[in-house]
Design a protein around this ligand. Structure first.
Ligand code: ADP
Ligand code: MG
Length: 249
């Protein structure tokens, strides 16, 4: 890692708006991810969570607003360049290379980051071990059970210790116990390596158990943000989650 990345103590969006044709997926959204802490991003389906992650990681250009990394403007940089600068992510759907084994799925990322094949394989094994899934190293990605596939997606994002890690519903489809294990792992990553984490997760209780600060999106708007007590006592959050259901019922 370069000195620049280690100095990057925050990844910040300021006034980000994303418009698809006449539809605003995000309206004037500001949020900050700081090093060494887990931040939550919650909200109903279609709220704009994935779009926000896409903007922060260079997969989606914003219509207006700024993205800064350690105070430097990085808006408009392509995804692979932001990954080199220490911003890693996972995807809602696995997106592993089905034809490659697990170790190579990770090693490819290392090579993409400019490391040698050998160094990438060593790093891949280290990351798999740290996540307790080294036994999967030689398995074909295509045949992996769903929860293992999700873990490998996270392992791949952890290659060469990114400064920031954005996780798009990493526990989807996992059992309560598996999701809880994953949440503790995510917390450890932030605490042990100083990684700044943004956790998108459907299970609000899980998010509240591991995050210091939570952002709540609804229909592209930031309707609430704060710590556990702010979120649990927010009428706006209750309305966003239950209001629409009650109207539909
Ligand atoms: N590329 C796109 N083109 C048009 N609409 C999009 C595109 N990506 C997302 N959307 C729309 O933007 C809204 C937010 O989507 P998304 O960010 O995926 O929400 P979430 O992740 O919170 O479920 C949805 O209404 C979705 O249909
Ligand atoms: Mg999504």
């Amino acid at each position: 890692m370069t000195g620049l990345i280690q100095q990057a103590t925050s990844l910040m969006a300021s006034g980000v708006t994303v418009q698809f044709g006449g539809f605003k997926a995000l309206t004037d959204i500001s949020l900050t991810i700081t090093s060494g802490a887990v931040h939550g991003l919650i909200g109903p389906n279609g709220a704009g969570k994935t779009t926000m992650v896409n903007v922060l990681t260079g997969f989606q250009a914003s219509t207006s607003g700024r993205v800064t990394l350690g105070g430097r403007d990085v808006g408009g940089l392509p995804a692979h360049e932001l990954r080199r600068q220490g911003i890693a992510r996972t995807f809602q759907a696995g997106r592993l290379f089905a034809g490659l084994d697990v170790l190579d799925n990770l090693a490819v990322t290392g090579v993409g980051l400019g490391h040698s094949r050998r160094a990438s394989e060593i790093e891949a094994f280290r990351v798999l071990e740290s996540m307790g899934v080294a036994h999967l190293a030689e398995r074909q990605a295509a045949g992996l059970p769903y929860t293992d596939e999700r873990r490998i997606g996270i392992a791949r994002a952890l290659m060469f210790s990114p400064a920031f890690l954005l996780l798009d519903e990493p526990a989807a489809g996992m059992s309560e116990a598996e999701a809880e294990d994953l949440a503790q792992l995510i917390k450890r990553i932030a605490e042990d390596f100083g990684t700044g984490v943004l956790l998108i997760e459907h299970n609000v209780g899980l998010v509240l158990s591991v995050t210091s600060h939570v952002y709540v999106l609804d229909a592209g708007q930031m309707i609430e943000e704060g710590d556990r007590s702010v979120i649990t006592s927010s009428q706006k959050v209750r309305d966003a989650y239950f209001g629409a259901d009650q109207e539909a019922a």
